[in-house]
Design a protein around this ligand. Structure first.
Ligand code: CA
Ligand code: CA
Length: 127
């Protein structure tokens, strides 16, 4: 199978599976492949890091486990990701290593970032 690199760089993030650009399944690029991230231990800090990395400076609005934005394909690159919340990229957060996981794609994590240009507060809905 040929995987197009699409000029992505290692550790780059994208959101897919939604009609809106500010939300979607979180995918991370590593070793020339896009892969998903498991929902285990995922929360507001991790969502904030993803949103900030994508340029949504107001950070997180919400997050979902269990493949809310459909199941991904291929690798599940990261699991048990744990951020402080002020990292500039998700790969700076603790995790158990590329492709190290005990997950299936029905656990792919999804996030909703505060859309750009909205001056909403950073209050986060708790689950
Ligand atoms: Ca899980
Ligand atoms: Ca896990």
């Amino acid at each position: 199978m040929t995987v197009l690199s699409e000029n992505a760089t290692d550790g780059e993030i994208r959101l897919v599976g939604s009609n809106f650009t500010f939300e979607g399944r979180v995918e991370i690029y590593h070793n020339k492949e896009w892969g998903t991230i498991c929902d285990d231990g995922w929360g507001v800090e991790e969502t904030n890091v993803v949103c900030h990395q994508l340029g949504y400076m107001n950070g997180a609005q919400y997050w979902y486990g269990n493949a809310k934005f459909k199941k991904g394909h291929g690798k599940i690159w990261l699991d048990d990701v744990s951020c402080y919340g002020n990292e500039s990229a998700l790969i700076e957060c603790l995790n158990i290593g590329w492709n190290g996981h005990n997950c299936r794609h029905y656990e792919d994590v999804g996030v909703v970032c505060q859309p750009k240009g909205e001056c909403t507060s950073l209050s986060i809905m708790s689950k």
